[in-house]
Design a protein around this ligand. Sequence first.
Ligand code: SAH
Length: 401
Amino acid sequence: MKPNLKGHRTITVKKSHEHRYKKGYPLLQTSFVTLPRKYREGELFHLVSKTGEFIGKGYIGSQNRGMGWILSHKEAESIDGTFFMKKIATALNKRIPFFSLEGTTAFRIFNGEGDGVGGLTIDLLNDYLLIQWYSKGIYCYKDFVIDSLNALIQPKGIYEKKRFDRDGGYIADENFVLGTPGQFPMTVQENHVHIEVDLNDGPMIGYFLDQRDVRKTLMDSFSKGKEVLNTFSYTGVFSVFAALGGAKTTTSVDLAKRSKSMTENQFLANGLSPDHHRIIVDDVFHFLREENNQNSSYDVVILDPPSFSRSKDGTFSAKKDYVKLLQEALKVTRDQGLIIASTNCGTFSMKTFEGFIKKAFQKEGLQDHILHRFSLPKDFPVHKEYPEGNYLKVIFVETRK
Ligand code: SAH
């Protein structure tokens, strides 16, 4: 589907939200504007005040966050190939330091609204690119994005993930777009650690770029000689960093059967024998109960649950259940031990998350001592009028009796 670049719809902002949009708020929120009766994905619109004054222009693209994104506040600026080329070139310029990093070959080169185009992210993994499209609307601009990337960085190949099924789900489809197909798993580097990724295997690639700083801190400062429990471990990347940081033992726990072989491969990619590490396929809540019954305990416990999940034991919602998860984790954490609590849930703030931690510690009769807080790293810039885009929250907290 190609966008119609000549025409545009007019969308009027509700009076009470005019100020917000004039300041630069980038999201077309259904409840902040009066939507036309008819509109199409990818269609361009002009946002105007009640008196008809131009505020901005953007595209329609429905995703779980809203109905589209504002792209420009200049009436004369066209949304065309040149526009996308400029945005991507600016984003690449901001990443110049990343291109010259030693021992890190994977980072985000375009982070949605933080780089001026909501609904679109682009990651570089060695010489391959991974584009993620978050609405049918933005997917209409695919040719502009691909042409810009080919002109600006000539990747060896491009892969994509379409994340615009109902409720923002992933559409299972061919991920390869163009260039030379990659050989997967492919090894990328992060701070000299090897990580196996597969760009062509369903919705996820085996690795989350946004935790880079957290992993480095874990490896450099909190692993040596420690017994580390990594829950919701996925492919075990935190465990590998802990092991390389000198952990005495690592235990990785994930419900997904595939996580075991994937974790073994991550260890092998770093010359570590998986036989020296525990990799367990189990429900985390069940595992924590069992460990507690057996009086097992750890020095470092990593919690990185999905925002929402379903298992045999019921559902988990980060917003509703994180306190309970922390309480269970505290029962198996030694005195003066460390909890690394992480969430990618965008519907609550760092302050609320800190509140969850305080509450869990209080309920368990423990003192909390917060050592570090992390949110998104530098290659994931956040739009200053849309702080909600900074979904990542990670807190390192020490337990004290
Ligand atoms: N910490 C990982 C990413 C976690 S993604 C990393 O840094 O790479 C979330 C993981 O939680 C998924 O692998 C999923 O299989 C797992 N998961 C979801 N619910 C679970 C549960 N109840 N018990 C164990 N694992 C669960």
